[in-house]
Design a protein around this ligand. Sequence first.
Ligand SMILES: Cc1cc2nc3c(=O)[nH]c(=O)nc-3n(C[C@H](O)[C@H](O)[C@H](O)COP(=O)(O)O)c2cc1C
Length: 200
Amino acid sequence: MTDPKTDLLFSRRSIRRFKPDPVSEPVIRRILEAAHAAPSAHNTRPWRFIVLRDPAVRRMLAERMAEAYARDAEADGQTPEAIRARNARSVDRISGAPLGILALMDESGLPEGAGRRMEGERLLLVQSVAAAVQNLLLGLHAEGLGGCWICAPAFCPQTVREALGLPERWIAQALIVAGHPAEEPGKPDGRMLDEVVLWR
Ligand SMILES: Cc1cc2nc3c(=O)[nH]c(=O)nc-3n(C[C@H](O)[C@H](O)[C@H](O)COP(=O)(O)O)c2cc1C
């Protein structure tokens, strides 16, 4: 199915291998504008972004997240070899990409309190950041670049906060690795539309 109106949506793929060429600052700004144009609950725009251009910072962050993963995986009974192999891949992927953009949720605007309403409000912040990340991925694609959503930060937000010296209530949600694509993956298999839609 090709239709110029929707091509951008259907042709986006997760890109995990990149050429070494850097991404220029004006392009990065356009991609961030795309992310910042996403819908957000109560128009709060609760997303925050950290542009990780310095390879040493990306490596440091990747290593700190790998340590956090190792602690969790050890507690879950994974073998040291499996943990080492997974972490080597993860550190390579993150530090080897020419660009990383960390997406966080600023929850400082949440009213005080607990309970179901508050849980719902917090969920809206998470959903808003996810909408921004999708816009960011589409923004990359529109620029002829590629990216991949990496979920590691969501499992260790405190580690990320400490590694980068971030405010207490900025909660890391995702890391997008990005750059000029060095692969052209096909459409992944998955559920068909009719398996995920009910009509009433
Ligand atoms: C919430 C979320 C977390 C993801 N985390 C990872 C990840 O940690 N590593 C990775 O390689 N891909 C990750 N992905 C990308 C998915 O694997 C990918 O979107 C899926 O396989 C479909 O492929 P496509 O994006 O090319 O359509 C993530 C995607 C989402 C939405």
